[in-house]
Write a protein that binds this ligand. Structure first.
Ligand SMILES: [Ca+2]
Ligand SMILES: [Ca+2]
Length: 133
């Protein structure tokens, strides 16, 4: 087995992350499709350009990302929490199809709402789950 992380796993993680970050941006990215964003994220991780992301590349990418990620997720959280009650309800999550799709997984304590901590944990778990195997 190669130690490279499956591209599909990365795509799923990157899609969730991009969806959250795209959601946080003030102006929608109109010129780039979601697949462009995912490809850009993959290419950023693949620093030696061999078409695969090694664990070293992945870890380096994550180390730099995690520092900025909390801020990006907080922004995403605020923009989704339209009534400002510090939690994202199912109907608020509907504004982000990716989050809506993963709502049950992200809502770790199953109270029907997503807290900021739950969103941060879910985003981190999505990105590091495969690296820990
Ligand atoms: Ca709310
Ligand atoms: Ca919850």
């Amino acid at each position: 087995m190669k130690s490279a992380i499956a591209r599909n796993t990365l795509l799923a993680s990157a899609t969730l992350f991009c969806a959250l970050v795209a959601c946080a941006t003030a102006t929608p990215v109109e010129t780039k499709s979601e697949s462009d964003l995912v490809a850009a994220a993959f290419n950023k991780m693949d620093t030696n350009g061999d078409g695969q992301v090694s664990r070293t590349e992945f870890n380096a990418f994550m180390a730099s990302r995690l520092a900025n990620q909390r801020v990006a997720i907080e922004e995403a959280f605020k923009s989704l929490d339209s009534n400002g009650d510090k939690s994202i309800s199912k109907s608020e999550a509907a504004a982000n199809p990716t989050l809506e799709q993963h709502f049950a997984d992200v809502d770790a304590n199953h109270d029907g709402k997503i807290s900021l901590d739950e969103l941060v944990d879910a985003a981190r778990a999505a990105q590091t789950a495969d690296a820990r195997q």
